[in-house]
Write a protein that binds this ligand. Structure first.
Ligand code: ADP
Ligand code: MG
Length: 328
């Protein structure tokens, strides 16, 4: 449906996007995940024909976006990071204006406006001034304008940024619903958002594609990201001999504590629970008492950290988004 090939964008000397290639299939929700400055907005602005790349090509349903922009852009609805809303208009007036700009008129225009208002839950707000709407409702107006013209693809740049937790849940539900009838691409730097709404995640780091996979598979591809800790009365030699002989033990560390030995075992075992059982019985068989065993499953956050080499510090742009799992 969308093919992005060798996309590169320089802003003066700054390389924002570097040789990016990927394919988007029809009917799924895709997430562009990356820390601030990774190149998400630049990529989206180029994919929607709002910005020219330095080099590279994009085809939308086989149409070259840079050779036939008018035709290709009809297939895409876009909510930019800063939606261009007119504060002294009502949603109804604004949607009428955008619809006309997209070439709609008459019954077609009225019908589509009615549909997008219903789809985005704006019915009881459509006659208020946009300036008086909450940020959550303004975002709905932004999404509604993207849906006008009935595009097959909807691209939303950080649709939940700056919203309160309840609004975030509502907008995520709306995005999932959109995914049933559209191909949706959203960007975010919030990992839990990707797990909540996306079928596939593209991790972007420094303008390059670091990973492209399902949220669940991304969690599992990091070999040895799962960890089991065991407190045992075994000696270091005994633990070493036992763990060295076991399958699925990628690596382990022993730390001597006052009255026990702490083992941290990294594994890429497929079934973490099953592997925990195997460990437990292996120690029992050797008559080595285990009095604590904890399994920790590696998360998408671990994958993200490893792929983008982020330290998870700095940045306060989304301090008001109410999320605790975000990485700036
Ligand atoms: P993201 O949306 O992932 O936060 P952006 O695409 O906005 O990332 O930015 C990618 C990089 O390009 C950053 O280093 C940013 O500072 C730079 N950049 C973005 N827009 C401009 C611009 N108009 N002029 C110069 N540099 C820019
Ligand atoms: Mg951005």
């Amino acid at each position: 449906m969308i093919t992005v090939e060798n996309l590169t964008k320089y802003y003066g000397p700054v390389k924002a996007v570097s040789d990016l290639s990927f394919t988007i299939e029809e009917g799924q929700v895709y997430g562009l995940l990356g820390p601030n400055g990774a190149g998400k907005s630049t990529t989206m602005n180029i994919m929607t024909g709002c910005l020219s790349p330095t080099s590279g090509s994009i085809h939308i349903n086989g149409i070259d976006l840079f050779e036939e922009p008018e035709k290709a852009k009809k297939l895409i609805g876009y909510l930019p990071e800063q939606p261009p809303l007119y504060m002294n208009e009502t949603p109804l007036e604004y949607l009428r204006f955008v619809g006309q700009a997209k070439g709609l008129k008459g019954a077609e225009l009225s019908g589509q406006i009615r549909d997008v208002i219903a789809q985005t839950g704006l019915e009881h707000m459509k006659n208020r001034l946009i300036s008086q709407l909450s940020k959550g409702y303004r975002q709905r107006v932004g999404i509604a304008q993207a849906l006008l013209g009935n595009p097959a693809i909807v691209i939303l740049d950080e649709p939940t940024v700056g919203l309160d937790p309840i609004q975030i849940v509502e907008i995520r539900t709306l995005i999932r619903d959109l995914g049933k009838t559209h191909t949706v691409i959203i960007s975010s730097h919030i990992l839990s958002e990707m797990q909540a709404v996306c079928d596939k995640v593209l991790i972007i780091s420094n303008g390059t594609l670091a990973a492209f996979d399902t949220p669940n598979h991304l969690e599992s591809i990091l070999s040895g990201s799962d960890e089991i800790t065991i407190r045992t009365l075994a000696s270091e030699e005994q633990a070493d001999a036992l763990l060295s002989s076991m399958q699925d033990v990628d690596s382990f560390e022993c730390t001597k504590e006052e009255d026990s030995l702490l083992l941290r075992i990294r594994t890429s075992a497929e079934d973490l629970r099953q592997f925990s059982c195997s460990l437990f019985f292996a120690f029992a068989k050797e008559q080595l008492p285990v009095f604590e065993l904890t399994a920790h499953k590696g998360s998408l956050e671990d994958v993200f950290m490893e792929l983008t080499e982020q330290t998870g510090t700095a940045g306060d742009e989304t301090a008001d988004s109410g999320e605790s799992e975000e990485i700036n």
